[in-house]
Design a protein around this ligand. Structure first.
Ligand code: DC
Length: 221
């Protein structure tokens, strides 16, 4: 059986960073499922498709021309949609919100399921998102659910923006974080929630190193 570690949790909790470090340490593949939903949202937006047109959404999902490339000299993954590098626009709050909205549609989730499951390859996989442990890799042997207070996640997002040379208003970031969590948690299809067998880690007061240690111990055990 291929070892799979799922890392789910709300926006801005640090799933991506933890997933990347553990995947590097283990030499496993990495699935950033949020990037797939974000790229899909960009593709729908670029084609000007009405989100009520489920047949058109399904068609776009089934033919999504998406590629993840890791540069040798960088730890960041570049994302190519229709042959174009969309890495920057992919990470904006606006794209995140579009992705959150479109990800609530059942046919979209069904159409993107196999694409995500195809990442399960030897020697192993770390998959982060909202429903990795509950739906996409429900049989995974290792499951983690990361949480942190909304205020702490907004603070982390602000710091991240500042490190990138951008600015942000904390009250606006906090409102966005809360709205996105509410939408992702209350939707009918694959809502954000911990799998019954997930290790829940509250990272509000934890350094990234401490989180990595706890997750590494789970895999070793
Ligand atoms: O993890 P992220 O911020 O890149 O995800 C963007 C949005 O995509 C998130 O708000 C909800 C949706 N998403 C999802 O519904 N299921 C996933 N497994 C990953 C992301």
């Amino acid at each position: 059986m291929i070892p799979v570690l799922t890392i789910d949790g709300p926006s801005g909790v640090g799933k991506g960073t933890v997933a990347r470090i553990i995947a590097q340490q283990q030499g496993w593949h990495l699935l950033d499922s949020g990037a797939i939903y974000r790229a899909f949202a960009l593709a729908v937006d670029a084609r000007g498709v009405d989100v009520a047109d489920e047949a058109a959404l399904e068609e776009i999902a089934n033919n999504l021309d998406l590629e993840f490339k890791t540069k040798a000299d960088s730890e960041l993954v570049s994302v190519y949609l229709d042959g174009k590098d969309v890495s920057k626009v992919l990470r904006t709050e606006q794209t995140g919100e579009m992705a959150s909205k479109i990800a609530s549609i059942g046919v979209v989730r069904a159409a993107l399921l196999k694409r995500q499951q195809a990442f399960e390859k030897t020697p192993g996989l770390v998959a982060d998102g909202r429903d990795m442990g509950t739906v996409v890799f429900a049989e995974a042997p290792f499951k983690v659910f990361l949480t942190a207070s909304a205020q702490e996640r907004a603070n982390r997002r602000l710091k991240q923006l500042q490190n990138q040379g951008s600015e942000g208003i904390i009250s606006k970031i906090l409102a966005d974080v809360v709205a996105r969590d509410e939408r992702d948690s209350s939707r009918k299809h694959s809502p954000l929630k911990p799998a019954k067998d997930a290790l829940i880690i509250d990272t509000t007061e934890l350094s990234i190193d401490k989180v990595i240690t706890q997750v590494s111990e789970l895999i070793k055990a």
